[in-house]
Design a protein around this ligand. Sequence first.
Ligand code: PMP
Length: 323
Amino acid sequence: MAFDQTFAVWFNGEMMRWTEANVPVTTHGLHYGTGVFEGIRCYNTADGPAVFRLTPHLARFYSSAQTYHLNIPYTTEELTEAIDETIRRNDFRDCYVRPICFSGGESLGIRARNSVNVAIIAWAWANEHGHAANVRGVRATISPWRKFHHSMMPTTAKASGQYLNSRLAVEEAARRGFDEALLLNAEGDLAEGAVENIFLIRGGVLYTNDERSSILLGVTRSTVIDLAGELGLPVEITTLKAEDLFAADEAFLTGTAAEIVGIREVDGKIIGGVGETGPVTRRIQKLFRECVEGRHPRRASWLHHVNPQIERRDEREEVTVGV
Ligand code: PMP
């Protein structure tokens, strides 16, 4: 089970056992998907566990919540402390962190204005596609399921109910033996992967799309845009066509769970004739790894070091007792 190493969950302001952090079956968020969430990674650095790009992740959490009129009753500082506490209590060095905010179980009408609940869950999750995929790349397929248009649902919000679209796409792709689904949008252009943004590389230029293509604006996407600048690689934000994918030298996906993963083939066609993660993608992956592991001094501000307060206090107490 994914939660074998998860003992404690932060739920509505309190730490409790994972087995006790439960909700009623009448929870609105369960019936209608009225919730918003984040996916954040904590990495093991030489200075202890550190959360990568916490600020933009929390900003998106509040903004997704606002879109669905869920008023998060905690400040950024309180949620930051809750995240630190959750990582500390579970004694994680690296893990995946999932803040979720959802409408409670007092009433089940579509118009119900229920309590707003917030939980922070952390668990050990190596990589969406496995570490081997970082080198080999994934085999993707263009999904028969289209990404819903931003006029149908706010695609820039990370909301629970919106993931039924991704779920249908990954299940359908898996049934046909593929690792990942790429979704076209209502216009027939490339939107994104089921839970990742997409980048194409051609002639040393990176191409990616934006919210006009009905995508979620990924934090990893913005990280890669920054890092491309550092590597001297121009980035063009534009509409991506499916045929651009087949003409690309390289293609890769970005997301917190998947990190940066090459696309080695799409529907049986090898991308760029390489058959594995391409060389430019590998340069970006390497720099990304340096950043998340705290080995890139100029990007130190991207890491939020988990406040080791409690551990230090315990150590001091032990020392005092010993004296
Ligand atoms: N698109 C979708 C639909 C996603 O679910 C995700 C994962 N949050 C992404 C893109 C990538 O976003 P991020 O880099 O912030 O994880």
